[in-house]
Design a protein around this ligand. Structure first.
Ligand code: NAD
Length: 513
């Protein structure tokens, strides 16, 4: 841990051995069992965080509710000013936080920094948004009446996030929710507890310095049981949950039973269609980064490559060649492209997927396997693999959360590729590589991709914060981040005002007394 400046980074973030997740001085937020966080990079213990008990949770929700009552009355641009100050701290701490993300989650340092940059960008977006939370005005059908709509803060928002974007997903939700006037309670992934505490430390410090009421940013820690404290709680009007489809189905049901709102960001099974008119060089860059970046652990990772038969061999050979250049190793070493998987369970799932595609008749083009020896002691480093497969294979229909790419062949018209692309249960990200205008437009048309994200001549992986992010079908239908995604964090109210001395009724109804 001393190499690559990890000790210094932990210190700068206020994380040391004694804090045990209570460094904000709020020992109410964690008094339960200890969760130990081990790095997939080198297997070392990074730190220990206390989990949240039921009693702790009651204190947290009370604190959040109390804080909300004050926060909601502060003018939105003033709330934006607090987010701007929080963002100053993110800019100052970008390097240590990016490093901790890389060390605790296993993504490359560049990607760790990129994740913090996304936090910075969404905060900038939120600051501007704080002056633009507008509704519409309508013409009333009644004389002397005015009608308009306005957006009010919603209340306490529960955020449940996944291990693979341990900090960005929190900020996508929280930066918007804060300017909207909500208080947030965050349960980060139990696999990345230290990054959660680091973020909470930053928010708590900035808020305290600016007299923001306590409870606007709360952290709870633990596994699904702690998540359920929130999903079952009627005091939380909105649950924003990011993670597997399995989790999303349970959360949707639990929150739905109490008629709460849920914003779901679940698994993907993302494909790139490569047509005969594709630029092959760009296709290879997009596909390889999409498949092996973050060791295949992005919700938008490229899982399927749907290639036309006319260019099939050319694309296949170019990608197999490109895989020979990939350097796997410590993600903090900027010479490496691919770091470890999150843990040994993930390694087992990856190995099972390779066995499964073989047993279903797939042809392995690039062999996978677990790496051993110096630098790979954590047991979490694997080789990115490629298999020729068919879309209907059960394993291809599933999201394998690791670096396994399936190459599928199509012939004839683009419609055949679209049938394959859309022929899975997930609907997050999709892409087409083509220089043919008709194909590009068809891909984006009503008869084209059924995903929440559809790209032309870029890959499936990653997204800018300015657009609404999310997907259809088993991806859950939620949208967060840019565009008008903020509306889910507010409640809409329609107002009609009569400024006459009469009371005319709507639809011309007469009610003479
Ligand atoms: P996961 O579903 O195992 O866990 C996600 C979070 O949900 C964790 O905090 C976990 O504790 C919590 N959780 C699990 N069951 C719960 C329950 N019943 N009630 C309340 N909370 C519960 O997912 P993971 O392994 O951390 O992340 C990988 C998955 O996340 C992949 O499927 C990936 O595609 C998906 N993901 C989606 C997006 C997106 O925006 N669509 C972004 C990142 C990750």
């Amino acid at each position: 841990a001393t190499a690559f400046g990890i000790e210094e980074a932990l210190k700068e973030l206020g994380l040391n051995e004694t804090n045990n997740g209570t460094s904000t001085g709020k020992d109410w937020f964690s008094n339960g069992d200890i969760i130990e966080s081990y790095s997939p990079v080198d297997g070392a213990l990074i730190g220990k965080v206390k989990s949240t008990t039921r009693e702790d949770y009651e204190k947290v929700i009370n604190s959040a509710q109390g804080g909300f009552k004050k926060w909601r009355t502060m003018p939105a641009p003033q709330r934006g000013e607090i987010v701007r100050k929080f963002n100053d701290e993110l800019r100052r701490l970008k390097e240590p936080l990016g490093k901790l993300v890389s060390y605790e989650m296993g993504k490359s340092y560049q990607e760790g920094l990129g994740e913090v940059q996304e936090m910075i960008d969404i905060c900038d977006f939120a600051v501007g948004l704080s002056r633009q939370l507008h509704g519409l005005t309508m013409h009333s059908e009644r004389p002397g009446h005015r009608m308009y709509e306005q957006y009010h803060p919603l209340g306490v928002v529960g955020i449940i996030s996944a291990f693979n974007f341990p900090v960005a997903v929190w900020s996508w939700n929280t930066a918007l929710a804060w300017v909207c006037g909500d208080a947030c309670i965050w349960k980060g992934s139990e696999k990345t507890p230290m990054t959660s505490v680091a973020c909470q430390n930053i928010a708590a410090r900035v808020f305290a310095e600016n007299d923001v009421p306590e409870g606007i940013s709360c952290l709870i820690t633990g596994d699904y049981i702690v998540g359920e404290f929130m999903t079952k709680d009627e005091r939380i009007p909105l649950i924003s949950a990011t993670g597997s489809t399995r989790m999303g189905k349970i959360v949707a049901k639990t929150v739905g039973e109490r008629l709460g709102k849920s914003l779901l960001e679940l698994g993907g099974n993302n494909a790139i269609i490569v047509t005969p008119d594709a630029n092959i060089k760009n296709t290879v860059i997009g596909a390889v980064f999409g498949a092996v970046g973050t060791c295949g652990q992005r919700c938008t990772s490229t899982r399927r490559l749907i290639v036309h038969e006319d260019v099939y061999d050319k694309v296949k050979n170019a990608i197999v060649d490109a895989y020979k250049q990939i350097r796997i190793g410590n993600p903090l070493d900027e010479n490496n492209h691919v770091g470890p998987l999150i843990d040994k369970d993930a390694v087992q799932n990856y190995l099972k997927a390779i066995e499964k595609v073989k047993s279903e008749g797939g042809n392995i083009l690039v062999e996978g396997g677990v790496l051993e020896g110096e630098g790979y002691e954590s047991g979490c480093y694997v080789k990115p693999a490629i298999a020729e497969a068919e879309n209907h294979y059960e394993i291809v229909q599933h999201e394998t959360f690791g670096p396994v790419l399936y190459i599928l062949k199509y012939s004839g018209d683009l419609e055949n590729a679209l049938d394959m692309q859309n022929g899975v249960r997930q609907g997050l990200s999709s892409a087409i590589m083509t220089n043919n205008l008709r194909e590009a437009e068809r891909f984006l048309s009503v008869e084209g991709s059924d995903c929440g994200i559809a790209n032309v001549n870029i890959g499936t992986s990653g997204a800018e914060i300015g657009g609404a992010f999310g997907g259809e079908k088993e991806t859950g239908g939620g949208r967060e981040s840019g565009s008008d995604a903020w509306k889910v964090y507010m409640r809409r109210q329609t107002n009609t005002i009569n400024y006459t001395t009469e009371l005319p009724l709507a639809q011309g109804i007469k009610f003479d007394l």
